[in-house]
Design a protein around this ligand. Structure first.
Ligand code: C2E
Ligand code: MG
Ligand code: MG
Length: 647
């Protein structure tokens, strides 16, 4: 505390001195000018030795005053300031003493009174002002014997009065200056405090509170800065062929299965895991790359490198290896991996579109099986462009006019007849023409436009059913978004009521991957549909998890084995796989339908493995309702004729 107050005093003293400096400088300037102007006039009044003594002391005084004036341009120590003032004041007194000795007149003693006042006013410390006043008084006293008793009393009182007045004025002046200096210091302290607070607020606004990594805002700032640096480097090295080429890489990192960690271990473990992942990312990036957290389990890296694609891939793979090592969090072993999308930045292009391209590469890494890095290439650019066109056309499509449904028969192998038809969407866009369903459904799912498509398909299918005199049950595909969206399911149920649909005539097909996005929500919604009497089929079976534990919890009535499993139906191994999948359906007590039956061999295999139903080109391509009705009529006719024998 004592130390603090001492340092405060010296700080205040130095601030006081800084306020005095220009005043004292002006004081020096006045004396310099006064004695320089006085010099020539001395030649009119004095001669010989007298002249040289007057000129000598005046020259010395003006020289000291000029030197002091220049020295005080910059900050000086208080001791030097005091010394300069004492010397100047002493010389000024000596000037008066010399001239009075040569030409004495009692009234000239008033000079000392004026000097006392001046010295007191233009002083920087008490000791300096006292010393200057003492000079003046001593000099005055040497002349006292030369005047009469009356003058002695007059000048004595005058000098005393001058001393008192000057000392009190000086006291209040010093007080005022000290007050100003303290106020200035306080203002400076507050300014500094505000700067520190501002700095810390800026730091906070640029960093992620959980991991301490730079945040989204900081990422964009760093990207701008890096782009600027690389552009400058490019310009500077243009004339130097030996200078290494420097490229700017944008790497997006997304953790695989982070949601599952949160669900299984809880959010606390999830948060700690994110911190650990951040540490590993920072350690790998070091000084060479800038890593930031964009939110959730997404991180962005900006890497400046002269290496080619192989080098970047190697750098990313090393980081992936690091991330995939197990973590010990709260005493539990947790494993996670990451996927990465990389894009070499084109410095002439905007950041937004290139971030989207890196994101496209990241999506590709996820689709290729995760825990890998993918570099955005020209082929990706072409795909992305196509995808963009499809998405734009979908956004502006009038879906009820542009979507048409075709129906593909499903045949029951025991009854040997069509028991259901799957409704398959066809889109004919006036802008980009016909688009394959697998393509536009994927784009619609990724862009969130699928909900509108589903509702259009459901409405068309329900309308067809309601107008059909002898309807065949139909199957409608649902997407992941539909399954986890309560409003979508509500709307489907409302439409079923509106069209007075018999729920036993409708089956909804869902995929395992769709349900895995939010198994609990999907299960709840499937139960709602099932409780209303709709049946549920699990589509694309055999390509996903095919896990007993969750299959048992779902209200499904059918497993639709994906047609990719029928591709090598002649292969004994394929048959074994199909056999076990059909066995799984039996164990679960649900029906088994094999898709992709294109040939008699496929059909034979389907029967051998114990499938209940089949669907495929052998029984019909997807067709219009009119065509399907005819097929159904033919089938009914053939059934009615006892001579007809079918497969
Ligand atoms: P999916 O639900 O598995 O539908 C079966 C797909 O297999 C259909 O392709 C059908 O034409 C095709 N297919 C049927 N039998 C055979 C065969 O013997 N050989 C071959 N090679 N293919 C056969 P499509 O119509 O192109 O549909 C592709 C996928 O698009 C569908 O697969 C489904 O996932 C999706 N999709 C189609 N319509 C809709 C819809 O209305 N809503 C949703 N959410 N998805 C739909
Ligand atoms: Mg289907
Ligand atoms: Mg299927």
């Amino acid at each position: 505390m004592a130390k603090l107050s001492a340092s405060m005093t010296s700080k205040t003293a130095s601030a006081v001195q800084e306020i005095y400096r220009p005043i004292i400088r002006g004081y020096f300037a006045v004396f310099a000018a006064y004695y320089l102007l006085l010099l020539p006039t001395n030649f009119m009044y004095y001669q010989g030795l007298d002249l040289w003594s007057v000129v000598g002391i005046a020259s010395l005084t003006s020289a000291v005053a000029v030197a002091g004036f220049f020295r005080l341009r910059t900050k000086v120590s208080i001791e030097l300031l005091e010394r300069l003032l004492v010397v100047l004041n002493f010389l000024v007194v000596m000037n008066v003493v010399v001239t009075l000795n040569l030409m004495f007149a009692p009234e000239k003693l008033v000079y000392f009174v004026i000097l006392v006042m001046l010295f007191a006013l233009a002083s920087v410390s008490t000791r300096q002002s006292v010393l200057s006043i003492v000079f003046s008084c001593l000099a005055f006293l040497t002349f006292v014997p030369r005047i009469g008793a009356g003058d002695q009393a007059t000048y004595g009182f005058l000098t005393f009065g001058a001393i008192m007045a000057s000392v009190s004025i000086t006291y209040y002046l010093r007080k005022a200056i000290t007050y100003i200096a303290t106020a200035k210091l306080d203002a400076e302290d507050q300014l500094e405090e505000a700067r520190v607070v501002g700095e810390s607020l800026r730091h906070k606004s640029l960093s992620d509170s959980l991991t301490g990594l730079p945040n989204r805002r900081a990422f964009f700032e760093a990207l701008r800065k890096s782009k600027h640096e690389v552009t400058r480097h490019e310009k500077e090295s243009r004339d130097d062929p030996r200078a290494p080429v420097q490229n700017l890489w944008l790497i997006l990192v997304d953790l695989d299965g982070f949601k599952a960690v949160n669900d299984v271990h809880g959010h606390l473990v999830g948060d700690l895991l994110l911190k650990e992942v951040s540490n590993r990312l920072s350690a790998h990036c070091g000084e060479t790359a800038h890593v930031s957290r964009m939110g959730g389990d997404e991180f962005n890296i900006i890497l400046k490198s002269s290496g080619d694609e192989t080098v970047i891939k190697g750098w990313c793979d090393e980081l992936l290896e690091e991330l995939a090592k197990s973590y010990v969090i709260e005493g539990r072993y947790v494993r996670i991996s990451g996927s990465m999308g990389c894009k070499m930045m084109d410095l002439t292009q905007g950041a937004r579109s290139q971030i989207n391209e890196a994101d496209y590469a990241l999506m590709a890494a996820k689709k290729q099986g995760k825990n890998r890095s993918v570099i955005f290439t020209a082929a990706h650019a072409k795909q992305a462009d196509e995808r963009y066109k499809v998405e734009q056309a979908l956004r502006f499509a009038s879906l009820p006019d542009e979507i048409e449904l075709l129906y593909q028969p499903q045949v029951d192998l025991r009854q040997n007849r069509i028991v259901r038809a799957e409704a398959l969407a066809r889109w004919s866009s006036p802008i980009i023409g016909d688009v394959e369903p697998s393509k536009f459904i994927k784009v619609a799912e990724e862009s969130g436009l699928i909900t509108q498509i589903t509702l259009t398909v459901v409405e068309q299918a329900f309308r067809t059913l309601s107008l059909w005199a002898a309807p065949v049950p139909i199957a409608i595909n649902l997407s992941c978004h539909d399954l986890i969206s309560d409003p979508s399911i509500d709307q489907i149920i409302d439409m079923a009521r509106e069209f007075k649909i018999d729920p036993t005539l409708v089956e909804f097909e869902v995929t395992e991957t769709a349900m895995m996005i939010d198994l609990d929500k999907a299960t709840t919604n499937l139960k709602r549909l099932s409780e209303m009497g709709f049946s549920i089929a699990l589509d694309d079976f055999g390509t996903g998890y095919s896990n007993f534990s969750y299959l048992r919890r779902l209200p499904i009535e059918k497993l639709k084995v994906d047609r990719s499993l029928m591709e090598n139906s002649g292969d004994p191994m394929t048959e074994k796989v199909l056999f076990s999948l059909a066995g799984m359906a039996r164990t679960l007590g649900v029906e088994c339908l094999l898709e992709g039956i294109e040939s008699e061999v496929d059909l034979l295999v389907a029967k051998r493995v114990g499938a209940d139903a089949v669907q495929g080109f052998l029984f019909g391509q997807p067709m219009s309702v009119g065509e399907l009705s005819k097929v159904l009529e033919n089938e009914a006719r053939e059934k009615a004729s006892p001579a007809t024998v079918t497969q």
